[in-house]
Write a protein that binds this ligand. Structure first.
Ligand code: GDP
Length: 477
């Protein structure tokens, strides 16, 4: 029994493109017009939080319970913020300093618990959720698994050090994810701090801050002296308001694993960031290929809680095993269903892994073409800055009205693991000009199905990319 992705989307009342995206995350390259088998269809249905009514093995019916939340049910939810930036620019210090601004923790003198994320109550009474694993590796690895939990990225730049390679990487990862950024110019207390220079240099990376009449918010801070923190919190709140972040708290919960581990005394535990609904003790759930029942929940202040609503991170006890970071959690009606869905996911994911068709950028873009102009994203690494610029210039020249090259990231030097993770998250090829991938990068690329394209002559590079772009447009264009 097979069903087209388009038909399935219609029955589920979801967008075809969203299903296609989900399938890509599972490593299946299909368009809306292609069919998927029954197991895959069921997996998709559960991924989207619908119910499956399995009448018999070969007869699947999908019960739609109006899964889309009605506008009237949506309530504002706190923003989820990730901090990125170059090593030693103060990511960890800023996370600690911001945590210290929490008015509630301040009063209670609470014992902080490191569960992978924490919430801070602002002076205005709003909440902000911070993921406390700094750096873009975690961010991009989560995104590669389909978990886009971050609403806003704070890019920390040390005012006395300026824009460094990992600053640029962080900017590119953030842009690739389409998440708004706020620039925190840190170490303003340090000797040689030069915020002006930071702002000017950001221009070179197409980040135009407010002071330069752009629309990226920036704020001068010192994590050490704890200055500018209120202003940073205000800017986050402002950005969150612009995003109009909302979720329905009154429904069965869905969320994402932020981190998970096997605890000696407590068994498997996972920090879940709730995306919609409210997670309650006693809830039965599926998480990745594991299942469970919420035995207890502990928040970031070390307190036992009975409920966790949208954007609230909680450590959950009562899992059958340790899920992976980025795995989705879905609350289901009963244990039988939980086991069934978990087995399914394990099974289908296993098959998706073993029979994985190399993820085809072609298909993805033909599927998305219905909605938007086609982009041909690439990551470029080359031996010199001059080569990088020459390649970008030439690729811009071969872009047309129908399809255009989008450089997600470029840099000088060999291809590294970080390049591969970024390429993998966005399912794009990496172009190496006079450079090759290192061993670790090759290993990760093999696992994640990332393609390298090596060139030594610019003309060959342009020729091949032009050919691929034409191929993606199809014969009709
Ligand atoms: P990370 O690698 O980005 O997480 O950076 P850390 O938070 O570990 O900070 C690196 C170093 O910079 C530490 O020695 C911090 O004490 C110092 N540092 C962080 N923030 C500030 C600041 O605002 N002013 C000064 N002067 N030093 C800072």
């Amino acid at each position: 029994e097979a069903i087209t992705v388009g038909e399935l989307a219609k029955r589920m009342d979801e967008k075809g493109a969203d299903l296609v995206k989900s399938l890509f995350k599972m490593g299946m390259a299909v368009t809306v017009n292609q069919t998927v088998d029954q197991d895959t269809a069921e997996l998709l249905v559960t991924e989207f939080g619908h119910n499956i009514q399995r009448v018999s093995e070969s007869d699947v019916e999908i019960g739609i319970e109006g899964d889309e939340d009605k506008d009237a049910d949506l309530k504002p939810r706190p923003p989820v913020v990730t901090i990125m930036g170059h090593v030693d620019h103060g990511k960890t210090s800023l996370l600690d300093a911001l945590r210290g601004t929490d008015v509630v923790a301040g009063e209670a003198g609470g014992i902080t618990q490191h569960i992978g994320a924490y919430q801070v109550k602002t002076k205005e009474g709003t909440e902000i959720t911070f993921l406390d694993t700094p750096g873009h590796e975690a961010f991009t690895a989560m995104r590669a698994r389909g978990a886009n939990v971050t609403d806003i990225v704070i890019i920390v730049v040390a005012a006395n050090d300026g824009i460094m390679p990992q600053t640029i990487e962080a900017i590119n990862h953030t842009k690739a994810a389409g998440v708004p950024m706020i620039i925190a110019i840190n170490k303003m207390d340090a000797e040689g701090a030069d915020a002006k220079n930071v702002r000017a240099r950001l221009l070179e990376h197409e980040v135009v801050v407010e002071e330069m009449s752009g629309d990226v918010q920036d704020v001068e801070v010192s994590a050490l002296k704890r200055t500018g923190l209120d202003e940073l919190m205000e800017k986050i709140t402002l950005q969150a308001e612009l995003l109009e972040l909302k979720a329905n708290p009154d429904r069965a919960a869905e969320g994402t694993v932020i981190e998970a581990k096997l605890d000696k005394g407590r068994g498997p535990v996972a920090t879940i960031l709730v995306s919609r609904g409210t997670l309650k003790t006693g809830d039965i759930f599926v998480v990745g290929a594991e299942s469970g029942k919420v035995r207890a929940m502990v928040n970031d202040k070390g307190e036992q809680v009975k409920e966790a609503g949208p954007s609230v991170p909680v450590e959950v006890l009562g899992l059958s095993g340790v899920p992976g970071a980025g795995d989705p959690l879905t609350v289901v009606p009963d244990e039988a269903r939980a086991r069934e869905v978990a087995e399914y996911r394990a099974d289908v994911l296993q098959r998706a892994r073993t029979t994985q068709t190399p993820t085809s950028v072609e298909n993805m873009f033909s599927a998305m073409a219905e909605e938007q102009a086609i982009e041909f994203p690439v990551v470029i690494k080359a031996d010199t800055q001059g080569s990088v610029e020459a390649i970008i210039g030439s690729l811009e020249n071969i872009s047309t009205d129908d399809i255009r090259v989008r450089v997600l990231h470029s840099g000088v030097g060999g291809i590294t693991e970080s390049d591969v993770t970024l390429a993998s998250a966005s399912k794009v090829p990496i172009i190496g000009f006079h450079v090759r991938a290192n061993a670790k990068a090759r290993e990760v690329a093999q696992r994640d199905n990332v393609k390298f394209k090596y060139f030594d002559v610019i003309y060959d590079l342009i020729d091949e990319i032009r050919g691929e772009m034409a191929g993606e447009l199809g014969p009709e264009k």
